[in-house]
Design a protein around this ligand. Structure first.
Ligand code: 2NL
Length: 343
């Protein structure tokens, strides 16, 4: 019996020593100390041992079990230590390696152009005001002297959100609605620009998109004249297109201004002599403007006998396309980073 026990212990110890994995130790534990293990089967055969020898055999089995258990524990601890050391070695950070730089985006050409326009007008004492993209028909059309059935209200151009007997709700077709809200507040004088997204049901092409951006401007005070309009917009043109830029005002018609005009700037590529960029014209059309129609002032509660004002509207995309010499508006919306990172 003694020899049998010794043989079992020796075999177990040699297997423990030879094991190279943690899982192997578990297998050994089950094979020798488990319910059907070799040492356990010795205990089970106790009934064959003479009663007077049983305490001694029992003690020997217990000693063998303790020895195996402590050897398994020791080996397990050694394994864990080795594993931890390997992990620490693997996870060591080499602080001398160069860092990977995070990708930093930058402003969209529309945003760059908008911020430049804002900077120019803030410099002249204007406030930047924003407003809702969804508007009542009244603020988008009626208050701007565009009553029902007016051709400028052509339903084909307008996205209607809802339309019933009490209210028509539209996606704003210009940002003038922001200025109507401001006029209604009754705080005068007003010196503001109103940038934002506007919507018209246009087909997409190189110069049109159903969603685009506009910047409108409005000044209302006592004694504002067309000379103020011309001076202000000339300063704006020189700041944004260069000191040598000349401006030209052509008569035009808008329902909300009287008189109305369109402003051209001398071509900043050829200086006005005519080139491919200005299609040989020497001039580039840039914005619409005029003196605020007395009826528009009246509808928003401003006395046209006491106050006058001028207003203008400019397409943000048009400014961005001209400024960066981009020939297709669709490039502004595709968000291809290879295109965007050039600006
Ligand atoms: C254009 C023309 C224009 C205005 C917008 C305006 C706003 C109010 C009152 C009167 Cl609240 N006028 N805005 C005036 C003239 C022209 O825009 O071609 N924009 C791209």
């Amino acid at each position: 019996m003694k020899e049998k026990l010794k043989a079992i212990v020796d075999e177990a110890l040699s297997q423990i020593n030879a094991s190279e994995q943690l899982e192997k130790l578990n297998e050994i534990k089950v094979a020798f100390l488990g319910k059907k293990g070799e040492l356990t089967s010795v205990l089970k055969s106790m009934k064959d041992v003479a009663p007077e020898d049983r305490p001694m055999v029992g003690q020997m089995v217990n000693e063998a079990r303790e020895k195996l258990e402590s050897c398994l524990e020791e080996k397990k601890a050694a394994f864990m230590k080795k594993l931890r050391e390997e992990q620490i070695k693997k996870e060591t950070i080499d602080v001398t390696l160069p860092a990977t730089k995070p990708m930093v985006g930058h402003r969209h050409p529309n945003t760059i152009a908008l911020e430049e326009v804002e900077r120019i007008f803030i410099g002249m004492g204007y406030e930047v005001v924003e407003g809702p993209e969804v508007e009542y028909d009244y603020y988008n059309f009626e208050a701007l002297n565009i009553p029902a059935n007016h051709p400028a209200k052509d339903e084909q151009d307008t996205f209607y959100v809802s339309s019933d007997a009490h209210s028509n709700i539209v996606l704003r077709t210009q940002t003038s609605s922001i200025q109507v809200h401001e006029m209604e507040k009754g705080k005068l004088p007003i010196r503001m620009i109103a940038p934002g997204r506007a919507f018209r049901s246009d087909e997409v092409d190189a110069t049109h998109s159903p969603s685009f951006h506009q910047i409108e401007g409005l000044v209302i005070d006592k004694n504002i004249t067309f000379a103020d309009l011309k001076g202000t917009l000339e300063v704006f043109a020189k700041e944004i297109f260069g000191e040598d830029t000349k401006v030209k005002f052509r008569p035009h018609h808008f329902p909300f201004t009287e008189p109305s005009a369109e402003m051209d700037v001398s071509c900043f590529k050829c200086g006005g002599s005519g080139c491919r960029f200005c299609k040989g014209e020497g001039w580039i059309e840039i914005l619409g403007c005029g003196m605020v129609h007395p009826h528009v002032l009246e509808m928003s509660g401003i006395d046209p006998e006491e106050y006058t004002g001028f207003a203008f509207g400019v397409g943000l995309e048009r400014i961005a396309l001209l400024k960066y010499e981009i020939d297709d508006m669709r490039l502004l919306y595709e968000n291809d980073t290879r295109f965007l990172k050039q600006f």
